[in-house]
Design a protein around this ligand. Structure first.
Ligand code: NPG
Length: 366
């Protein structure tokens, strides 16, 4: 596949509901798009890095810089194959989200030129996936109950609550009391310590699907110890920076459920590797989200349609995140979202929305 230019496009999209977690408060999604331009094809990738280094060390600025100075210069001048790219970019340490964005764009361009959808290429076995919704930390329990009620009314099939010290057992109890039988899970984004184990054990009574990433990313031993002390299954996210790291975590007993996010793992190739491991070992897995626009979400939907994704992901309709998405909106139907079937990631940004949301563009000649 021949490429001549790569555009790095900075976007700002206001969020419908400000998103608060133990990691920060986001009112507007700043993101970076990678547009690959060739004589015959075009491809889009989305970088999931946030404005500040709350989730991992990457940010929109660091990813922009890494793409421009380190990653794009590694691409061969003549022709670029998405099959080789993950090995090629492996020369650079870290910068997983930047790598994943470039890889997504390459797959989109390549598959568009072959008229194959990403879902088909990855081996999807479903045409729609169950939609989960993540609900941030709120000021008051009544606000939380109202938010959960509205999502349940819309048909979301499972709800994930963000928790942090001071916002955990009581809000979870309130939601469980009101919504008996609702598939419910919690995500701590690393907010707890060993001294909190007794408190985390109090969550056992709510029949949660999982407790996600309670401790620091590098604390696999702590997660294994906690797993022995509580009944709620532990899922890891931030700790799993590669398929190998995930295998180690599972072996150690640090988690029994796996969150798969291409951005955190450095791309779809690594996500696929982790998916295959989970499928082979019958480890429940699901697709995480990072408040993506329709571009990133299209790729996540294709991935989540694979057979190893046995639990509902953080894949919500466009209107849960944005007043207007960059792409035609993804909608909830019967608690599910359709997997795009068009070539490549199956969606393209709407030109007027792209113009409206663009803060700056930089064009790099290859
Ligand atoms: O639906 O895309 C979504 C949001 C899901 O909570 C969500 N993502 O920790 O998994 C996470 C998380 C996140 C969002 C983390 C924003 C940091 C910032």
């Amino acid at each position: 596949m021949l490429l001549s230019q790569i555009e790095l496009r900075r976007i700002r999209l206001p969020l419908v509901t400000p998103f608060r977690s133990s990691q920060g408060f986001i009112t507007e999604r700043e993101l970076l798009l990678v547009r690959l331009i060739g004589p015959e094809v075009e491809g889009w990738g989305e970088c999931v890095a946030l404005s500040s280094p709350e989730y991992t060390g990457e940010t929109v600025d660091s990813a922009h810089n890494a793409l421009k100075r380190e990653l794009i210069p590694l691409l061969p001048a003549d022709s670029v194959s998405p099959w080789q790219v993950s090995a090629l970019l492996g020369e650079v340490v870290g910068n997983s989200m930047a790598k994943a964005a470039l890889e997504m764009g390459l797959w989109d361009a390549e598959l568009r030129s072959r008229e194959v959808s990403l879902a088909q290429h990855l081996g999807a076995t479903r045409s729609r996936v169950p939609a989960g919704v993540a609900v941030g930390v709120m000021d008051a329990i009544d606000d939380l109950l109202a938010a959960v009620e509205s999502y349940v009314d819309q048909g979301y099939s499972r709800v994930k609550l963000k928790i942090q010290p001071g916002w955990d057992v009581e809000p979870v109890r309130a939601v469980r009391d009101r919504f008996d039988g609702l598939p419910l899970q919690v995500d701590a984004n690393m907010a707890y310590k060993k001294s909190d184990f007794a408190l985390l054990a109090e969550l056992d009574e709510f029949g949660l699907l999982m407790l996600e990433q309670p401790l620091a990313a590098n604390d696999l031993a702590g997660h294994a110890e906690l797993a022995r002390q509580i009944q709620t299954p532990i899922c890891l996210d931030e700790s799993l920076s590669s398929a190998e790291a995930a295998e180690e975590a599972v072996e150690l007993g640090a988690c029994s459920i796996v969150n798969i996010k291409p951005g955190r793992l450095g791309g779809l190739a690594e996500a696929l590797r982790l998916h295959d491991f989970c499928l082979e070992r019958s480890i429940p897995a699901w697709c995480g989200g990072m408040l993506e626009s329709g571009i990133g979400r299209a790729a996540n939907l294709a991935l989540a349609a694979l057979p190893g994704f046995t639990l509902a992901g953080d894949l919500s309709a466009s209107n849960r995140y944005f007043y207007r998405d960059l792409t035609p909106p993804f909608e909830l139907r019967d608690g599910h979202i359709d997997v795009p079937t068009g070539p490549g990631i199956g969606v393209e940004p709407l030109p007027e929305m792209l113009d409206e949301a663009t803060v700056s563009t930089e064009l790099i000649e290859l």
